[in-house]
Every structure is written in C-alpha cells, then in structure tokens.
Ligand binder design. Structure first.
Ligand code: TYM
Length: 333
C-alpha cells in the first residue's frame, strides 16, 4: 500500500526552540514510520529576515543534527536543505503570478514581522507563496506544523485550487494541516501573549534545545506569571497557562491532573518542576546532538542531506515539469 506523504520544515534562523520541538519536531518523530516523510531545513525562508552568512551556515548544519538528535531517522526519511532543490524557488515564482497582494497582506505572520522592521522586504511579504511551493511540489497529503502556520496552510490550499482550476488540470494535491492538540502553541516565557520564537531578542523568552539544565531552570524561574499564586488553567493567567501546557504536552497528563498535583504548591515550585521535566527531555536530545557534533560525523551528515536533495529533486523536477507544461512554457529539447 502506498504511504501518504508528509512534508514539513523549520527555518534555520537560530537554534531550534522548545516551541519547534513540541509544536512540530516531536510529532514528526511520532509519525515517521507511518508516512513517507520529507523534512527540510527552510534556509530560503530564513533570509526573509537578515541573517549573518556564517551563522546561517552553522545553524543550517546544526538544524540537521537537531532533527536527528530529536529522533528523526535519516535512513527512513528524506532530510534535505531547501536551497539544494532549486524547484522551490521556481515554483514560487509561478505561484506568485496567481497570488493576490490582498491575500498576502492579511497574513498574521507578515503583519507581526513587518512591524519589527524598518524596511520591509518583498521576501517577507512573499513568504507564504514560497511555503506553498514547498508543499505543493511533493503532492503532500499532510503538513505537521504548529498552530501559527495554519493560515499559511490555508493560503496554500487556495493557491493549489486556483492553479488547478485556471489550467483545468489536477496538478496539485490539496494538503491538510496536521496540528496536534497539545504543544501546538507554546508562548514566550517573558510575554505569554506572544509565541515562543527563536528570533526573540530576549533569550529568556525561549528555551533553546541546546540550553544547559541550569539555564533552563533559571529561565523557567524567571518566567512571567501573575500574583494569584494558584496553579490553575485560566485565560486570566496566560503565563501559568503556558507552563501548564508545556508540562502537559511533555508528561501527557491532563490539565485537571496537573492542577490537582500542584494544588497548594505556589508558583516557585511549579516553575522548577516544569523546568526539570523540560531539562530531562532535552538532556536526551543534547546527548545525541553532542555525539553528532564532532568532525567524525561530518561526512555522515553531508551524505544525509546530499541523498535527501537528490531524492527531493527527482520528485520536484517532475512536478515542476507538469506545471511548466500547464502554463505554456516550451521544453528545451
Ligand atoms: P518556523 O521555523 O518558524 O517553525 C517551525 C515549526 O515549529 C512550529 N513552531 C511552534 N509550535 C508551537 N509553539 C511555538 N511557539 C512554535 N514556534 C514554531 C511552527 O508552527 C512550525 O511547524 N513557515 C514555517 C517553515 C516552513 C514550512 C514550509 C513548514 C517553510 N516551508 C512548508 C511546513 C511546510 C515556519 O514558520 O517555521
């Protein structure tokens, strides 16, 4: 039986965060045996915000290692770097020509990110079109992402339907978002109304997958909460709500169970308990990461993303050919 296709990616715009892990990576690990999975490093996306070239190179390699350290098996999945498969940028151009300025202006991520910049690049505006290209090139059935990407998935579906109907051919499969119930929206530890993000200028706002235990505990101790001092899941207490979400998504305990467990504890002890459980989880990932982060694994890692690019390119090339043909481009030979 043919397996359904899964595709997802993470931008190498920093070391990956607990949000990336709980919202995306951890779910990829759970489903990797059931589906035909393609996981990529979205480096083209990351330059929509200025990156230092040397840091970007490092972060891209580190992202591959973090995928594997988190449990993505490179032998059964396709792992590749987005810029190694030029069809992504090419399909984005074609899709640009049938995307409306109005629909891109409505994207929440664009509104948020463009507010933080003086000169807003066209790339930032166009980001969802490139994301649609990533997904549509591979006939993806499901796209496992965090809640913040739902809107980008919706526009991907719209663009796919529009293209199919304009050219009267079923070229693109309409993908479904795959968003888990817990962990899909991890908030900043410093401002629980904003999502946890690796590009947050305040490192106390996020937990990096590579933060040492003492740093993790310290960041949780500093987490912004409120003055109620009751561990209760309520919209009035967004900081505590976020910590409960993190605890629940790691332990699998339900919210009432957690409220009961920490009844009468006060925030100090609860924050340390969340810190400990996160540190325990990341310790295992870090041990694997540290093993991979040595020159003797260089060739192994390069082979993984070289093989991944080759496999991805084979598929992407076929889809782009169909697209070029549909829009009326003539072949070279
Ligand atoms: P990025 O790098 O911002 O996020 C990568 C994945 O992590 C999830 N995520 C979170 N989940 C829960 N809580 C958070 N605080 C949190 N922060 C991030 C994101 O939802 C995402 O699943 N645009 C994508 C990258 C991308 C992509 C694609 C994904 C480019 N092309 C095609 C899927 C398919 C992104 O924002 O990455």
């Amino acid at each position: 039986m043919n397996k359904k296709t899964i595709l997802s990616g993470i931008q190498p715009s920093g070391v990956l965060t607990l949000g990336n892990y709980l919202g995306a990576l951890r779910n990829w690990v759970k489903i990797q045996h059931e589906y035909d999975c393609k996981f990529f490093i979205a480096d083209l996306h990351s330059i929509t915000v200025r990156q230092d070239p040397n840091v970007l190179r490092e972060n891209t390699k580190k992202a591959v290692m973090q995928y594997i350290a988190c449990g993505i098996d490179p032998h059964i999945n396709t792992i590749f770097v987005q810029s190694h498969v030029h069809e992504h940028a090419e399909l984005a151009w074609i899709l640009n020509c049938s995307t409306y300025m109005g629909e891109l202006s409505r994207m929440t991520q664009f509104k948020d990110k463009s507010q933080k910049q003086e000169n807003v690049g066209v790339g930032l505006f166009d980001y969802p079109v490139l994301m649609a290209a990533d997904i549509l090139l591979y006939d993806s059935d499901y796209v496992p992402v965090g809640e913040d990407q739902r809107q980008h998935l919706e526009i991907t579906r719209d663009l796919a339907r529009r293209f199919n109907s304009t050219y009267k051919q079923n070229i693109f499969k309409i993908p479904e978002p795959f968003i888990s119930e817990t962990g899909a929206r991890i908030m900043s530890l410093q401002d629980p109304t904003k999502k946890m993000s690796k590009s947050d200028p305040n490192p106390n706002g996020y937990i990096s997958l590579l933060d040492p235990r003492d740093v993790i505990i310290k960041k949780f101790k500093k987490a912004v909460t409120d003055s109620e001092n009751i561990v209760r899941y309520s919209d009035e207490q967004p900081g505590i709500q976020n910590l409960i979400n993190i605890y629940s998504s790691i332990t699998g305990e339900t919210i009432p169970e957690i409220e009961k467990e920490f009844e009468g504890f006060g925030y100090g002890k609860f924050k340390v308990a969340v810190g400990e459980i996160v540190a325990d989880t990341l310790e295992r990932i870090q041990a694997k990461y540290n093993e991979l982060n040595s020159p003797e694994y260089d060739t192994f890692l390069k082979e993984i993303y070289a093989k991944g690019a080759k496999e991805a390119h084979e598929i992407a090339r076929g889809k782009l050919e169909q697209v070029y043909n549909a829009v009326g481009f003539i072949g070279r030979d």
